[in-house]
Design a protein around this ligand. Structure first.
Ligand SMILES: *Cc1c(COP(=O)(O)O)cnc(C)c1O
Length: 407
């Protein structure tokens, strides 16, 4: 009998790893520039890495964090991610994921109805979800052209390039939504509408769904609002789409890599994106082959919070964005691009360079975006632990401080 390899069993090192999450310790030591010939040992590696991995990370749960679509994650997802890593189930074969496959089916069956979809599967992000949906559109309905707005996410450009689809971009209106007056003929096209554009959080007119041969809704950011009774109607009409993408690692507070691609006619869509290999008990659906049990952290989150627990957090973040917008509108030193549609604010100081203004604030408070060639500051309310009163105070002070005015 070979000795069991201790590196493959839980031991005190694992408790130490959890303890380090609470209080990162140790003196920073540079990482070896070359692959070590002899290993340091598990505990030494852990100690060496804690100052780097834990100590140098972006603090997404900081009270000042309001810059990006990347939320902090609830601790129950850390526990599930640890279980997932230790079990290493593979969603490619049910043999290697007997429960995880059921878990994914359950989570998808819970969520898909909010979008009017029959079902779908998890993938590593909405970049892949969008690619998968456009692949299904091309091969099940024969579309050769994709029509989307100029504010669509670059993953639509990538998908069209990879799939050999022609991409037509339509200008946006003053609220950042696809301008319906500028649409080309959609008869033989796939229309991609965005629910929550990346720069401004705008929602394209979803009543256009059905005007094209296939309509895909990229709801990577704002999709989860469908679970909020207060905000679900902002995405009204999405139920008629042919496919929907939602990033769970954005507004469902999941660790990366977690997203869903969903289809209204599941069987027909799956038939277009499945490959059966002799060694597979059932066909491989979608772009990825081996795939993690990303559904399990989401299953745990939804069990722990329920729909209302999720909705309360989203509703509060919508309010966070509203209160920031109110403060910007009330200030003479700031210009608001437009009222927030999905908890994203775009604004700028009236007499300072936007870049200097953003740089004067704590790191991670604001990001920037470029609209019509001009730079704007952007906030994204993804962090339930944000201290919005503190952020507003800082933003107002930085906008008044005219040390480096434009002139
Ligand atoms: C973030 C985003 C994507 C890409 O999603 P990933 O999960 O980062 O791959 C696609 N579309 C929109 C509108 C997004 O905001």
């Amino acid at each position: 009998m070979p000795q069991p390899d201790p590196s493959f069993r839980a031991n005190d090192g694992l408790n130490a790893a959890v303890e380090l999450m609470r209080s990162p310790a140790g003196t920073p030591v540079d990482l070896p520039p070359e692959l070590p010939e002899t290993g340091l040992g598990d505990r030494q590696a852990l100690d060496m890495l804690s100052c780097h991995v834990l100590g140098k990370a972006a603090q997404l749960s900081a009270p000042t964090s309001l810059a990006h679509m990347d939320p902090p994650t609830p601790w129950i997802t850390w526990a599930m991610a640890l279980w997932d890593a230790s079990l290493n189930q593979n969603m490619l074969h049910e043999m290697t994921s007997p429960f995880a496959t059921q878990a994914e089916e359950r989570v998808v069956s819970w969520l898909a109805p909010y979008f009017g979809m029959q079902g779908g599967h998890f993938c590593s992000g909405s970049t892949i979800a969008n690619l998968t949906a456009l692949w299904a559109a091309r091969d099940s309905s024969g579309v050769q052209t994709v029509v989307t707005s100029e504010a669509a996410h670059l993953s639509i450009d990538k998908a069209c390039r990879l799939l050999g689809l022609q991409l037509v971009k339509v200008p946006v209106d003053s609220l950042g939504r696809l301008d319906r007056e500028r649409l080309p003929d959609l008869n033989a096209a796939c229309l991609v509408l965005t629910a929550g554009t990346t720069a401004t959080g705008s929602i394209d007119p979803l009543d256009l769904i059905g005007a094209a041969r296939w309509t895909h809704v990229d709801a990577a950011w704002a999709g989860p609002l469908r679970l909020s009774p207060a905000h679900a109607s902002k995405l009204e009409g999405i139920e008629a789409a042919d496919s929907v993408a939602v990033s769970a690692h954005k507004w469902l507070f999941q660790p990366k890599d977690s997203a869903l691609v969903m289809f209204r006619e599941l069987e027909a869509a799956n038939a277009a994106i499945s490959f059966g290999g002799g060694y597979l008990a059932r066909p491989n659906v979608g772009v990825q082959g081996s795939r993690s049990a990303a559904a399990i952290p989401l299953l745990a989150t939804l069990l722990a919070w329920g729909r209302m627990g999720l909705a309360q957090r989203l509703d509060r973040l919508m309010e966070v964005a509203e209160s920031l917008a109110d403060a910007i509108e009330a200030s003479e030193c700031l210009e608001l691009w437009g009222r927030p549609q999905t908890a994203i604010n775009v604004f700028r100081p009236v007499d300072r360079q936007t870049d200097a203004f953003v740089a004067a604030l704590p790191k991670g408070m604001l990001s920037t975006c470029v609209l019509d060639g001009e730079t704007w500051a952007r906030s994204v309310a993804a962090n339930p632990s944000v201290d919005i009163d503190g952020v507003i105070r800082s933003v107002l002070v930085a906008s008044r401080d005219c040390d480096s005015p434009l002139a």
